[in-house]
Ligand binder design. Sequence first.
Ligand SMILES: [Zn+2]
Length: 131
Amino acid sequence: MTNITRLIRCCGCETKVEARLTDGREIYPHRPDLHAQPFWKCDRCGNYVGCHWKTKNPTEPLGNIPTPELRNARKHIHAILDPLWQSKRYGRKELYGMISDHMGFGYHTAQIRTVEEARKVWVFVRELGRK
Ligand SMILES: [Zn+2]
């Protein structure tokens, strides 16, 4: 645990919050394999976000801080979205460009703010998968 904080958008608080840098010992006490990984936690609502911990900026947050509901919704999106570009059916950039056009903003799954947004993306990628 540290006293390092950073302004990150928290979906639970619906605003930017002073998130606190911590690690997997606090977030996932029963997952020793995650204990060394950094996380940013919102102490107002208790939600958290992981980091690009395998990169040069290991404490760079993956995106905003999701609620458990949003975290789950993102998983469902990735389950459909990732095979679409991994199978080379679409280029990854092409695919994210199509979703961005559909959503009206530069799309990244880790930046989804609301369950409504997540639902809209999910419906769109599901349709792409059916074509
Ligand atoms: Zn919060």
